[in-house]
Design a protein around this ligand. Structure first.
Ligand code: PMP
Length: 324
C-alpha cells in the first residue's frame, strides 16, 4: 500500500517514511514485543482543521502498555502529544487520517526477555476512511477463537503479539463470509470484537462488557459511557454478558477508533433489530460522528486541533537530544 504521507517519526527524528526501517533482527519483529496505539484524525473542511480524537488518552494508555512490557519511557505523555501533532502537521493531510504510534524493543538479540533491552518510539500516519466499507450494518459470527487471558497476554495492553489472536478471529470470520466476529473469554462470556468493544441494548438499557472479560479498555467505549449518560440519560451497565443474550438483544453495536460506531444487524444468522441500526445505536453514532469533527462545543477538549495547535515547547530539547 503506498502512503502519500511522506514523514514518519523514527529514532528521534522526522524522517522520510521509506527511511524508517527496522532490522530483521529487531526484537519486536521477532517476538511481538512492541505496543501501539491507533488514533483517528477527523478532517473538518469548514473549520480547515484536523482534530485528533483523545490524543492524550491514547498516549496515557500507551504509557500503561509500555509499563507492562518493560518498555522504558523515553518521552513524557506531553512530549508524545507534541511529536504526534508535529508529525501530522508535516504530512499536511486534508482528509481523515490514522496516526499509529508504537513503542518497541529496539534491541537486536535472540531471546524473548524484555529486560536490559533498549526501547524506542516511532509514529506514522496514513489516510483513513471507514473501517467497514459502506456496510449498513455488520453480519457477525461468534468466533471459535477465545480472547487472550489477562494471565497469558494482558488484553488491557495493546501488545503487538496479542494481535495474532485478533488476526485469527477476524480472518476466520471473513473467510466464512461474515463482516466481523464476537470473541468470547475462556469462561464463555462475551469479551469484544476482533479489535473493537461491544455494547448491546436490552429493554432500553445500554450494557457493555467488563474489563474482567479481557477487553481492551477502549477510549471510544469510555467516551460513549460518558456522553450517553450526559447527553441522553443512558447510564451504561457494565456486566458479564452470556452468549445467548446476543441472540435476544434489541440492538448491538461495536465501537472503537477504527470501527467508530458500527451497528450489528445479524449475529450467527439471527437478525438483530430488524436488520437495521437500532434507534439508540443511531443516536449514539450520530452524536459521536459530529462530536469527533468538532461540532459539539462541550466536547472540544476531547479534540486536539493540529493546524491551530502551538507546541508546548516541552518536546523541543528532547527531540534535539534524541536526534544528536
Ligand atoms: N479492543 C481491541 C482489541 C482493539 O484493538 C481496539 C482498537 N484500539 C478496541 C477494543 C477499541 O479501542 P479504542 O476505542 O481505544 O480504539
Amino acid at each position: 500500500m503506498s502512503n502519500p504521507h511522506k514523514f514518519a517519526f523514527f529514532e528521534g527524528n522526522y524522517v522520510n517514511l521509506e527511511n524508517a526501517k527496522v532490522s530483521i533482527m529487531n526484537h519486536s519483529f521477532m517476538y511481538g514485543t512492541a505496543v501501539f496505539e491507533g488514533v483517528r484524525g477527523y478532517w473538518n473542511e469548514e473549520h480547515g482543521e484536523m482534530y485528533l480524537f483523545r490524543l492524550r488518552e491514547h498516549f496515557l494508555r500507551m504509557a500503561d502498555s509500555m509499563k507492562i512490557m518493560h518498555l522504558g519511557v523515553k518521552y513524557s505523555v506531553d512530549e508524545l502529544v507534541d511529536i504526534a501533532v508535529e508529525l501530522v502537521k508535516r504530512n499536511e493531510p486534508k482528509t481523515d487520517t490514522y496516526l499509529r504510534p508504537s513503542a518497541y524493543k529496539a534491541g537486536q538479540r535472540v531471546g524473548p526477555s524484555l529486560e536490559d533491552n533498549p526501547s524506542d518510539i516511532c509514529m506514522f500516519t496514513v489516510p483513513f476512511g471507514d473501517y467497514f466499507h459502506g456496510a449498513p450494518g455488520l453480519k457477525v459470527q461468534v468466533s471459535s477463537w477465545r480472547r487472550v487471558e489477562d494471565n497469558a497476554i494482558p488484553a488491557r495492553a495493546k501488545i503487538v503479539g496479542a494481535y495474532a489472536n485478533t488476526a485469527l478471529a477476524k480472518t476466520d470470520a471473513i473467510l466464512a463470509g461474515f463482516d466481523e466476529c464476537i470473541v468470547l473469554s475462556e469462561n464463555g462470556h462475551v469479551s469484544e470484537g476482533s479489535a473493537m468493544n461491544f455494547f448491546m441494548v436490552k429493554n432500553g438499557k445500554l450494557i457493555t462488557t467488563p474489563t474482567s472479560e479481557n477487553i481492551l479498555e477502549g477510549i471510544t467505549r469510555g467516551s460513549i459511557i460518558e456522553f450517553a449518560e450526559k447527553e441522553f440519560g443512558y447510564k451504561a451497565i457494565t456486566r458479564q454478558i452470556d452468549r445467548s443474550e446476543l441472540y435476544t438483544a434489541d440492538e448491538i453495536f461495536f465501537c472503537g477508533t477504527g470501527a467508530q460506531i458500527a451497528p450489528i444487524i445479524e449475529i450467527d444468522k439471527r437478525e438483530v433489530s430488524g436488520g437495521v441500526a437500532g434507534p439508540i445505536t443511531t443516536k449514539i453514532r450520530d452524536f459521536y460522528t459530529s462530536m469527533c469533527r468538532g461540532e459539539k462545543a462541550d466536547y472540544m477538549d476531547w479534540l486536539t486541533p493540529v493546524y491551530g495547535k502551538k507546541s508546548s515547547g516541552k518536546n523541543d530539547n528532547k527531540v534535539k537530544a534524541a536526534a544528536k
